[in-house]
Design a binder for this molecule. Structure first.
Ligand SMILES: Cc1ncc(COP(=O)(O)O)c(C=O)c1O
Length: 466
């Protein structure tokens, strides 16, 4: 994300790329620093943005060069045989692109929960990576369940009766969801999901041939009576819940709700998939322990992600499960990719128990708290018609639109003004009487959040005036 201070450098370099020929050398970091009186970090951020846009290529130690920008002319290729063979597209992954693909530097991206690179643990990771890469086990084969030293860290974090034998390492929480849907259910099975819920869970379950069934929620998560009814009617034996800082609503399950949900799972003989996606991001005090702590009988399978607190590229998550379910998930790992990259596992094992990681979390939480509060204040000033309840943790605010405002139209008006937002419908399995947007506050620097709120206000006014 570029700040307003970066604009002059960016404008200059974009013009140089447009005017230059492929292979032309762009001015060096030092030259740009002197010319625009900015820091090397600013220049590097702009260059990174241009590289991501495909306008320039950086060769470390050599310089930055203009890319061709024009696809090389090729003979037209006939792929129609593939269309005949593959049939209708399942549209797998549509709507999730913002989770994986870096966005254009010119957009204020409030549509992905990954904190901006300045808030990520990149420095910590790079230092640990340099050390870990010299260790033989970082490159060798590894048990499909994961390195025992990392599993020990995750088991110790849970405490109680949990041991490294209950932990499986996966390349991220998304991969864990994918394996669980494929291995612990059969194609055609219903799977109960909170409405609204994380779109990645909807997509992965659908890809596995499952049928997502919505269960209504309130500010404390799933409604127990409705859950009982849904399980009875659908015959589903798996549900996905986010007990803390749920994505997108930010709801937190109360202790009574937790007891009820566990009792229902026991009564129906169900798996509860607990997606603990922002374990480290309580912003206003503790939000309670993971649900699995209260489960004696192996109903709960917890997925513990690291990507929001560390960095999206640290593709390491833990699944805590017991019994045959765990054994099947370990086999699935073997079939999918043998094991999670041991280099990443050794890095995580080194960082997570360290004091510097704890310090990183303190700084990250404080920055997120500040940005959340700023966005809420700025929205109240520029778009007072929006209803936002500040979440007690996580990375985004779930914002209710005034009656009659179409969420897709508002998202499009925001996009016209250079602001990316997530449309409420992406998270829903049912119709809603109101439109919603999900606004992530960690992706943008504080100054950009004020600009974004102003533009969202302008987009909303343009629709209200119609
Ligand atoms: C609720 C939720 N669960 C799981 C994931 C996937 O996390 P990971 O990056 O660890 O794959 C995300 C990513 O945004 C998420 O929002």
């Amino acid at each position: 994300m570029l700040t307003s201070d970066d604009n002059s450098v960016a404008t200059f370099l974009r013009a140089a790329c447009a005017a230059g020929r492929p292979g032309d050398r762009l001015p060096s970091v030092r030259q740009l620093q002197q010319r625009f009186h900015v820091s090397p970090i600013t220049v590097q951020r702009v260059v990174r943005a241009l590289v991501m846009e495909g306008k320039a290529v950086a060769r470390p130690g050599d310089g930055t060069f203009v890319t061709s920008g024009v696809a090389s002319p090729t003979r037209p290729v006939d792929h129609s045989w593939q269309t005949v063979l593959l049939g209708r597209s399942p549209e797998v992954g549509r709507g999730l692109e913002h989770l994986a693909i870096p966005r254009a530097a010119s957009t204020l991206g409030l549509d992905t929960g990954f904190p901006d690179p300045m808030l990520q643990a990149q420095h910590l990771l790079a230092t640990a990576a340099a050390r870990c890469a010299r260790r033989s086990e970082a490159w060798d084969r590894c048990p499909p369940q994961g390195l025992v030293e990392l599993r020990t860290v995750f088991a110790a974090e849970l405490g109680g009766p949990f041991s490294p034998a209950d932990v499986l390492i996966t390349p991220g929480a998304q991969a864990a969801l994918d394996s669980i849907f494929r291995v612990l259910a059969r194609p055609g099975d219903p799977v109960v999901m909170e409405d609204p819920c994380y779109p990645g869970a909807i997509v992965a379950s659908t890809l596995a041939g499952l049928v997502p069934i919505p269960v209504p929620t309130d500010e404390h998560g799933v409604l127990p009576d409705a859950l009982g009814d849904v399980l009875a009617r659908s015959g589903a034996r798996m549900m996905v819940v986010q007990p803390r800082h749920s994505n997108p609503t930010g709801s937190i399950m109360t202790s009574e709700r937790r007891v009820s949900i566990l009792a229902i799972a026991r009564e129906f003989g169900c798996f509860i998939i607990e997606d603990d996606w922002v374990r480290d991001l309580d912003l206003d005090g503790p939000s309670g322990p993971p649900l699995i702590i209260d489960d004696q009988h192996g109903h709960v399978i917890t997925i513990r992600s690291l990507s929001k607190a560390a960095a999206p590229g640290l593709r390491v998550a833990a699944v805590i499960a017991r019994g045959p379910a765990l054994a099947r998930l370990v086999s699935a790992r073997l079939a999918a990719d043998f094991f999670t990259a041991p280099l990443l596992q050794t890095i995580a094992a080194e960082i997570l128990p360290s004091a510097v990681w704890q310090r990183h979390l303190v700084v990250l939480r404080s920055a997120l708290r500040e940005r959340r509060d700023l966005l809420v204040t700025e929205l109240a000033a520029h778009a007072p018609q929006l209803r936002c309840t500040p979440p007690r943790g996580g990375v985004a605010i779930w914002v209710q639109l005034p009656a009659g405002i179409d969420e897709a139209a508002l998202a499009s008006a925001c996009a016209d003004r250079g602001v990316g937002v997530s449309v409420g419908n992406t998270y829903r399995l049912t119709e809603s009487p109101h439109g919603y947007l999900r606004l992530a506050f960690g992706t943008s620097e504080a100054s950009s959040l004020s600009v974004a709120a102003e533009r969202i206000g302008s987009a909303l006014r343009s629709l209200l005036d119609q």
